[in-house]
Ligand binder design. Structure first.
Ligand code: FEO
Length: 201
């Protein structure tokens, strides 16, 4: 190969390298972390859909305050999901719209609704903790730091859900009990904010 031919090849290689850099810029978010965050997106999207379904059931049964509480929480879960969307995309990944299926539409009782909420929130906490642990191990401190918001949020969400379940034993479901429980559920936000020492969304 002559000198000119070598130059042309070199320039072609440089062009190819430039093209690759534009198409796939370097990023610190690993594929594994991106996948874990996308799984968390599925979880938050599922929470939003599940709480919307619970809100609807409560509304049809006349549990007005519980219904409002759950409609609001459905919105909050969507916000949790969107926060992850923006983080993943800004970090160079691709946030994926989750497939949400197997949403429960009917419940045996109001108590079952809030038992399900508590169970679900415990699973969300576990999932967040696993991603935080993963980020710490691989020294992805940006994502580790981003996830601290979720760690604190879960603390409040668990307090809310646990307190809701406790109401059923404290008040009892007989007579006007269920009506009272429904009223008390409306006061839980203020209670959780007070006990966790913060106002959270
Ligand atoms: Fe966003 Fe209640 O977990």
């Amino acid at each position: 190969m002559g000198e000119n031919g070598g130059d042309i090849n070199l320039r072609a290689n440089e062009k190819e390298t430039m093209k690759q850099q534009i198409v796939t810029p370097k990023r610190s978010l690993t594929k594994e972390t991106e996948d874990l965050l996308n799984k968390q997106i599925v979880m938050e999207g599922t929470s939003s859909a599940a709480y919307l379904s619970m809100a609807s059931w409560c509304e049809t049964k006349g549990y007005e305050t519980s219904s409002q509480f759950l409609y609001k929480h459905s919105e909050e879960e969507r916000m949790h999901m969107l926060k992850l969307f923006h983080y993943v995309n800004e970090a160079g990944g691709h946030a994926l719209q989750p497939e949400v299926s197997k949403i429960k539409h009917s419940f045996k009782s109001l108590r079952e609704v809030f038992d399900n909420v508590l169970q679900h929130e415990l699973e969300v906490t576990q999932s967040i903790n696993q991603i935080v642990d993963h980020c710490f191990k691989i020294k992805d401190f940006a994502t580790f730091n981003f996830l601290q918001w979720y760690v604190m949020e879960q603390r409040e969400e668990e307090v809310l859900a646990r307190r809701a379940v406790e109401l059923f034993d404290l008040i009892g479901e007989d007579g006007v009990g269920l009506w009272m429980i429904d009223q008390e559920i409306g006061k839980l936000e203020a209670y959780a904010a007070k006990t966790s020492g913060q106002m959270g969304g």
